[in-house]
Design a protein around this ligand. Structure first.
Ligand code: SF4
Ligand code: SF4
Length: 134
């Protein structure tokens, strides 16, 4: 679907536009200290750093609480940044899978970059495609 491919590009570009420098120095990695992250089962060993941490599996996804700090966070930087899980990569803007009936864009408005309007231009582009933003 052409619209989906366009949205995928906008969403990926929006997320990638928030630099690791901004996250670590300005935001102090808020999202790596609150809530839960999700990843595929094959990434469990990497994300938990081989520790026996409590996780929850729902469908194809494994969830790990990062309240108080993700085990991969050091000096406000992600130790596995190039290999970070899909849930971290698709943050703060996520797009559902192409095979689902309705296209939905979810934005986590607790993200500082969102609050400071750094992604507004991308949200404008998304709205131009008549897509629902939640
Ligand atoms: S909340 Fe947003 S700005 Fe802060 S570390 Fe996470 S992605 Fe970066
Ligand atoms: S894996 Fe990296 S990006 Fe994801 S929450 Fe942990 S420290 Fe943050």
């Amino acid at each position: 679907m052409e619209t989906f491919a366009k949205l995928r590009k906008i969403v990926d570009t929006a997320n990638a536009s928030i630099t690791s420098e901004y996250c670590s120095r300005v935001c102090k990695s808020y999202c790596c200290r609150h809530g839960r992250i999700c990843f595929r089962p094959e990434k469990t060993e990497l994300v938990t750093r081989g520790e026996k941490l409590e996780t929850e599996t729902i469908g194809e996804w494994v969830y790990l609480s990062v309240e108080g700090g993700c085990p991969n966070l050091s000096d406000n930087k992600c130790l596995i940044y190039p290999m970070r899980p899909e849930g971290c990569r698709n943050y703060p803007v996520s797009l559902n899978h192409e095979d689902q009936e309705e296209i939905v864009i979810l934005i986590d408005r607790t993200c500082r970059a969102v609050q400071e309007g750094l992604l507004d231009e991308y949200f404008r582009q998304i709205r131009e495609l008549d897509t629902v933003i939640k």
